[in-house]
Design a protein around this ligand. Sequence first.
Ligand code: C2O
Length: 546
Amino acid sequence: LQLEMFVDELPDMPKIQGFDVVNGSPKSKSLTIGMFRKKWKFHRDLPPTPVFAYGASRLTATVPGPTIEALHGIDTYVEWQNHLPSKHILPWDPTIPTAVPATKKGVPTVVHLHGGIHEPASDGNSNSWFTAGFKEKGPTWANATYHYNNNQQPGNLWYHDHAMGLTRVNLLAGLIGAYVLRHPDVEGPLKLPHGDEFDRPLLVFDRSFRTNGSIYMNSTGNNPSIHPQWQPEYFGDTIIVNGKAWPKMMVRRRKYRFRIINASNARFFRFFFTNGLEFIHVAADSTYLGEPVVTNETLLAPSEIADVVVDFSKSETDDAILANDAPYPYPSGDPVNESNGKVMKFIIKKNQEVDTWRVPNKLIKYPSPDLSSVRETRYIAMYEYTSDTDEPTHLYINGKPYEAPATETPKAGTSEIWNVINLTEDNHPLHIHLGLFTVLDQTELVNKEEFKGCMFKENDAIKCHISKYARGKKVEVPAHEKGWKNVYKMTPGFVTKILVRFSYIHSNSSYSFDPTANPGYVYHCHVSISPFPFILFVFKHGIDII
Ligand code: C2O
């Protein structure tokens, strides 16, 4: 199926305000957002595709869903409603831990606001799922209306489905959307590109389609005798931005701000412009950077966010293609091809303009990590168990499955050092709910196989003398990734040391942090976005494994 590139205009998703304005001052707001089955046009020449879409109504639902705009300090309440039919539009594997309604009818869903800091009952725990009309509910379901405090630092969040075992297919079906948290008093003076024309979220993801327009997903498992349909990773050959395949956007010779969200299940993107234009990073996935950082390329794992300014007045050409050269799976998979190596095209107007936007030398400085506040040091090892035929079957953390009792019980307002030891062959984007972290360093393991052998027996990095092995080469953290983040790339064969701050920058809120509270919070790898509780945590690469 060969689709012509750069024929559809880049859409802007509809905006929904998460606050009201009463007599000139902002007030909290309650929203209702539904999930609907409908058809979505991904490309001029592709028949409409059956999708699951978020929206205020079926008519206005889009893929991705509407961009929710929230204000710092003003609560947003959302009742997420499931209006999905009784059957899924994609194949799902019942042999992995999965939300399955007792009546076998309905599509279980639950919404996680990725990057949000709020009470556990609003966090979208994967076992808090519900079907259409709340007819059936998962074991940790607590309330229909979610409360987002919006008390955290301004920045970029996104919402996506998080249901046990179905996350990967619910996302593929279209259940994703952007959430921008603004703090005008703090951000306004920066004079960064602002307003609908110049400040645009870009949700980038990959899909494959059949000629009839439907989403193609290989439904034969890698290891069919154990899991008939389960595929650990999904890669599509069509690159979609804001719901259109390889779109184009007309721009003026001025600065624009793009909040680029990698909303793929498994694909890493290493973005660059074919005409050498630069990315001026102003923020990462949780907070602003202290000062802007200029790069020629930017590598985003699934669920990472780059918040960049691009200055088209610097362009020597009249168009620029945003391209990608990240192998898939990353880092040791296939090289990109003609299709997945291109993302979108910018057509740049000829005449120069006066630009009123700027990128100041200083942005917003947050406190640097304070090592003296560290209360706990943990070792988090990720390794795969394989079948007799060498197929990966389970990917656990410290040898423990998701169902095991929680081993991480941090205290509110404290910091911890986590040494994340990646003994797999793939790079895993580790996402921690509720915690913001900074990456301190990455150190290669020497004699990895020997250490791994011990870990399979002991499941305990200290007993296996991790310090004897964590002494290889060190890799610097790139400047634009040194700020506070909620997800980062765990390099295979390396120990990544992070300082995690639980409920960082969260003030004057009514919520109390209790890590043992049910449903609690999770941390997990974001490849295929399978949620694993961090209290009960598990790392199951790929998806929903056994
Ligand atoms: Cu973006 Cu627990 O996920």
